[in-house]
Design a protein around this ligand. Structure first.
Ligand code: BES
Ligand code: ZN
Length: 866
């Protein structure tokens, strides 16, 4: 890392926060007082700390000898009346940068312990950051709750603090709230004093932790509870009336918490763990130590109304957040540059736990599709970034909660586990967690522990993968009794680029059944081809992070190995995924990739289908405006006939464990591409009312009915959106509405993003779904431009949904004109937290445009020949 991050001055280090907040839910304000015990490391008369959108009312500093130091020229002039909810600059307190304050003291503080005492006011905002209000609908009535979201850098909105991950401290939290509400924080309640209709709730002291993990929640709540085998009190909270929907998450959570305690060899250190479903939540979930917050759709499961895909999602999200209780909370990255130590780890470990609990879900094959696959896609862009990424200012932090930190991070851990073997990996991470508990660590620290545990040079193997952007493609060819491997960097644009010093672990399976591991440490490698000219599959089980380009003859041999299901599901998945990526990059003709796709007719594996249909969706969206589009649709319908016969419309006893996900996937793709029979059956099923449709089929049925119908069908599904009580069901209906072919109806859905019918947390679904619709992509883009200030205003802290909205809305375009238009529009706009996404989207549009230009003709002739 070259440039140094902008950090607070090191002369003062926080040790403990004593926080007292009075919550006013009728006026949406709060009054806070925080006493921060800090150590003066170097004498100073200026204190700099973080604060944002709060009004500091008074400051005083008490030294350990009892002497009091104040800012220059007290008393402070209150500007609260004129500038109610903004940080004001009063005498002695000035704004140092946009989110820090600088307190000029009347004299210097000597080294030693001091207590900073600050009183302040804040607003319970409606922006899902800091201490905010969330609107619940309870028995049809609106009611507000107050909750926090502090990661990455919004704790400074709740209290003045030293808001950097390495500045760990303990917290004593006190909340003053209406007596009839439940108040929660990271730790259990210590005591509670009720006075008339108010109460004062004091919580136990937290362990040393980073500010971004501090959490509070106040509202009318109900819960279910249990105690894990290891004795942790576990509760799951939600708005009243849905406690039965909390049981699934409680069950998963209790099992996974104990599993991690065992696996890591360190027990979960807090006496309790609460999880809470919130009606408004910007991210998917947040791992606050002891009080994990979720959007409702990621926590609540109804036995009748939740499809398998949602159960898998909830199990995974819970496991991911629980993984953070160790990776992130107990041991925290020293700075955001190493965010992947949190997110990449939680992603891999979360999947590991779900696999442990639900073997039949075949999680590791799904992992190849959902994590490795997404990372390979983003990291093929020149505008991608390395896993270890320079982050100078806190404003840049939101940007890196992306597929690189999560998915490439997790894929690299997968690669590392196969390099080290699970026993060494486990003992290495366990000693790493032990060594750095309650402290901070960097990537280098992790490599050291793993090296000690395994005796292998982990830094040497992993360094090139985490420090450099991009990954290799290995060209695999056969000639005169030899197999040759040639390594280059893979770029989605097909451009040549200097590679890195990757050490590529190439595991190979031969048609004879022989497996071997070849370490490719240079640019090329040649080995004897002793297995007699049959097929060869490289990157066996897709456990390593690279793509393979087979020569024509080798690719042709793999066709039958796929259609006869001789390869494992992840290998079948990998061959087509690489082929389509190469086609897009101009390294293979797209008609060749399409021909390969037709080899998958006999496929029955959900994940292989999901990945293949994803590859084909990229072709469809790039060709969306072309004359060949209909031909491509016919090809899709043909490809899916056999599997449709096999899955049918009704679940059968003894069917594949993932058929409940495969069935709707097939139906959706057939309905969308013009299969009349499927469309008719979907309409017939909808006639009995949405509740009569099996939960697993609902989204596919809704989308097919809307996509093949008109205003009437749209109204039917819109009613689902209005009637349904579960967030997940409303989202299904809302996404399905975006399948309409009529612009006027699209406008209706889009209008709902602004009139409050759709919560801002869910707005990205609308843009994402419309962009997958050949007409919708233009309508969504027009709308986004026309309403930019309102939509960007929903995420003033640069929260992840904004980047997601920009990226999904424009990434399906495939012309230079569109690229130029997008560039021009954003040229003078502020896109907090989305700068990098915007660049990546532009590169994607231009790549699509080049792909289309290059292969329009060959795709046309291939279709004509069919
Ligand atoms: N630590 C994140 C939450 C987060 C994300 C905070 C982005 C700030 C910005 C949490 O652990 C997480 O990763 N949440 C995911 C869901 C997860 C299960 C993949 C999310 O919010 O998308
Ligand atoms: Zn996470």
């Amino acid at each position: 890392m070259s440039a140094q991050p902008e950090l607070l001055p090191a002369c003062l280090v926080p040790r403990h926060y004593d926080l007292d907040i009075d919550v006013n839910l009728s006026e949406f304000v709060f009054a806070g007082r925080v006493q921060i015990t800090a150590e003066v490391k170097e004498e100073t008369d200026v204190i700099v700390l973080h604060a944002l959108d709060i009004t500091i009312k008074s400051v005083q500093v008490t030294s350990s000898d009892g002497s009091v130091t104040r800012p220059i020229s007290q008393p402070l002039i209150s500007l609260a009346q004129t500038q109610p909810r903004k940080l004001h600059k009063c005498d002695g307190v000035t704004s140092f940068s946009e989110d820090t304050i600088s307190i000029q003291l009347e004299r210097k503080l000597a080294c030693g312990e001091v207590v900073l005492d600050l009183s302040y006011d804040g607003e319970l905002n409606s922006n899902m950051c800091g201490f905010y209000r969330s609107k619940a609908l309870i028995d049809g009535k609106e009611e507000y709750m107050a909750v926090t979201q502090h990661e990455p850098t919004d704790c400074r909105r709740t209290l003045p603090c030293f808001d950097e991950p390495a500045l760990k401290a303990s917290f004593d939290v006190t909340l003053r709230v209406p007596a009839h509400l439940t108040a929660l924080s990271n730790m259990p309640v210590k005591d509670e004093i009720v006075e008339a209709d108010r109460k004062v709730v004091r919580f136990e002291r937290t362990p040393r932790m980073s500010t971004y993990l501090l959490a509070m929640a106040v509202g009318r709540l109900e819960h279910v509870e249990g105690t894990t085998k290891k004795g942790v009190k576990y509760r799951v909270y939600a708005c009243p009336g849905v406690t039965n929907q909390c049981l699934f998450a409680l069950d998963v959570g209790m099992k996974v918490l104990d599993f991690f305690s065992d696996y890591f060899g360190i027990s979960y250190p807090l006496p309790k763990l609460d999880m809470i479903a919130l009606p408004d939540f910007a991210a998917g979930a947040m791992e606050n130590w002891g009080l994990i917050t979720y959007r409702e759709a990621n926590l609540l499961i109804d036995e009748v109304n939740s499809p398998l895909v949602t159960k898998q999602r909830v199990a995974y999200v819970v496991a991911h957040e629980l993984a953070h209780q160790w990776f992130g909370n107990l041991v925290t990255m020293s700075w955001w540059t190493d965010l992947w130590l949190n997110e990449g780890f939680a992603t891999w470990v979360g999947n590991f736990a779900v696999d442990h609990l639900y073997k039949h879900w075949d999680i590791w094959t799904q992992f190849v599709n959902q994590y490795a696959g997404r990372a390979l896609q983003l990291d093929a862009l020149e505008t991608s970034h390395a896993i270890e990424v320079e982050v100078k200012r806190s404003g840049e932090v939101n940007e890196i909660f992306d597929e690189i930190s999560y998915c490439k991070g997790a894929a690299c851990i997968m690669m590392l586990t196969s390099f080290l073997g699970m026993p060494s990996f486990r003992s290495g991470i366990s000693s790493y967690l032990n060594k750095f508990q309650y402290g901070n660590a960097s990537t280098r620290d992790l490599w050291e522990s793993l090296t000690e545990a395994s005796g292998k040079d982990v830094e040497k193997f992993m360094g090139p993968w985490t420090r450099n952007v991009g990954y290799p493609v290995v060209f695999l060819s056969r000639s005169s009794g030899k197999l040759s491997f040639a390594v280059e960097r893979f770029l989605a644009t097909g451009k040549e680029a200097p590679g890195s010093d990757w050490w590529v672990p190439m595991r190979v399976l031969h048609s004879s059944g022989k497996e071997e591991l070849l370490d490719i440490k240079g640019k090329t490698l040649e080995v004897e081809d002793a297995e007699g000219g049959g097929w060869v599959k490289g990157n066996l089980h897709q456990t390593a992070f690279f793509r393979i380009r087979y020569d024509d003859a080798l690719l042709a041999l793999l066709g039958p190995a796929i259609s006869e299901l001789r390869l494992s599901p992840s290998d079948r998945l990998g061959v087509q995924a690489d082929a389509f990526a190469l086609a897009r990059a101009g390294k293979m003709r797209t008609d060749r990739a399409l021909a390969l796709a037709m080899e998958y007719e006999e496929e029955e594996d959900f994940t292989v289908w999901a990945d293949l249909l994803g590859s084909l969706a990229d072709v469809m969206s790039t060709w969306a405006k072309e004359a060949e589009y209909e031909g491509l649709q016919q090809m899709m319908v043909k490809l899916l006939q056999k599997i449709m016969k096999k899955v049918g419309w009704e679940a059968k006893d003894g069917e594949g464990a993932l058929f409940p996900m495969l069935r709707p996937l097939v139906i959706l793709n057939l309905g969308r591409n013009g299969d009349e029979e499927v469309a008719a059956e979907a309409r017939r099923r909808m006639k009995g009312g949405w509740k009569s449709v099996a939960a697993d089929l609902r989204y596919a049925v809704y989308a097919t009915v809307v996509g093949t119908g008109g205003a009437e069908e749209f109204e039917v599904v819109k009613r689902v959106f209005l009637e349904a009580e579960m967030s997940d069901e409303r989202n299904r209906a809302m996404r399905a509405l975006c399948a309409t072919r009529e612009e006027k109806l699209m406008d209706q859905v889009l209008a709902m993003t602004l009139d409050g019918s759709i919560r801002s947390q869910d707005v990205f679904y609308v843009f994402g779904s419309l962009s997958a619709n050949r007409v919708g992509m233009d309508v969504a883009w027009r709308f986004l431009q026309a309403n930019w200030s309102k939509i960007s205003g929903m995420f003033p802290s640069g929260q992840p949904p904004l980047a997601r909205i920009i990226k999904t809305t424009v990434s399906s375009f495939a012309s230079e004109e569109r690229a130029a238009e997008v560039e021009a529009f954003f040229a003078d706009k502020e896109t907090p937290g989305a700068e990098m996404s915007l660049k990546q989207a532009l590169e994607t549009i231009r790549m699509n445009a080049a792909w289309l230009q290059r292969d329009r003709d060959v795709v046309g002739s291939w279709l004509a020949s069919k």
